[in-house]
Design a protein around this ligand. Sequence first.
Ligand SMILES: [Zn+2]
Length: 468
Amino acid sequence: MSRPAAAPAADIVVAGGVVVTMDPSRRLIRDGAVAVAGNRIVAVGKRAEIESAHPGARVMGGPDKLVFPGLIDGHNHPIHFLSKGMIDDMRFPERWRNRVWPYEAGLSPEEARLAATGTFLEMIRRGTTCFADPGTFQPDAIAEAAAEIGIRGVVSRMTWDVHDPTAPAQYNDDTASALGRGEATIAKWHGAAGGRIRASFSLVRSAHVTEALVRRVKARADALGVMIHAHLATTRGEMEAALRDWGITPVERYRRFGVLGPNAHLVHMGFVSDEDIATLKAYDASVCHCPSASMFGGFGCVSHGKFPEMVAADVRVVLGTDACAVSRFLDMVRIMYLAACAHKDAKTDPTVIGAHKAMEMATIDAARALLWDRDIGSIEAGKCADIVVADTSGMEWQPNPFANPVANLIYSSDGGCVETVLIDGRPVLENGRFVTIDAKEVSQRAGATSNAILARMGVGLRTAWPCA
Ligand SMILES: [Zn+2]
């Protein structure tokens, strides 16, 4: 049992048939428990020892539960909850120009906050305790929604300083203003809600940011100690345009701009060269893979990506859902399944990635990518208590739920097994019921608001088949 000598009495003890710690030795503790005092984990060990050391604590979980660290969604646009279904089976550029950009540009702060609330409820219900938003016009609405529900996350203000006449007017910012807005969001939200909310810079699309902006963002991010969240090398078209226009890959372009480093969080990254992989390792940059978005959106990150090669080269690869519009689900257990398995097929090699690497990607590696691994990403004494309790009594877990529980979670189950979620020591979901918010009221408002947005945009959600 690991417990500091002066550990305070726990308020809550979370017990499980197995506790998956994700600590440096990746210990799995049978008949384990986690003691939580305030927002921190104060002890991890055998249930009998933890309970006798903390006799006054409320006990959650039980012998048929799997306990694991809160899952971290390394890339999600929370405002997109209300755009679900809007870009099904559409080609891109049309889907951005005709649907995504007008949707984003037209959202009121109230609609953005409602959308983010829906996203966070869906996330928590499936075991996600932390998100990272790659940039929006509405960082205040997202941060306010996160603060209310109790989820942990990183918000940011979109930056964009290359004029694009096909985009709504509010996208087309200038360099100084874009930098200023990004920095204002960091000043307002980094460290808010008792430290549960942080903020980062955003380089939203590599084709829409100038060298001057990239260099200035990097300088300010380093000075402020914050992350830079950037979509990069998403599609074959982006790679081809970079080679045509600049004669180098998107990753090499960012390297020359000086932006690569441990605080660079580069998303999608389906089109990289072998030299780029060596560069990413040398600069200790993070890569965020969003397999469901790529598969739904046809990006090519699974069929053409080099994620097994990046993992083999010890590049830090983490996972994200991207957005409700282009993922359609926010279940990080399903995302882990795709990351664990899709590349086995693409490489015709069943040994690549797998469940245990996928679990690292969604927990401890993601915490490092978000510059937050001192506090989250594993169940260890001293860290924040972001803890998931999943039920293993369902038939999909049988016949041996705890023989290899990480593999069972990712290969056989999904996030529907999640019952209880603690974030920062606080139960936010308890036995399937939200504690901090009326989820039914949110879903009713989301339906009405989504319909109003669709009507405003002149977009109909239709079935492919006649529906009387
Ligand atoms: Zn994205």
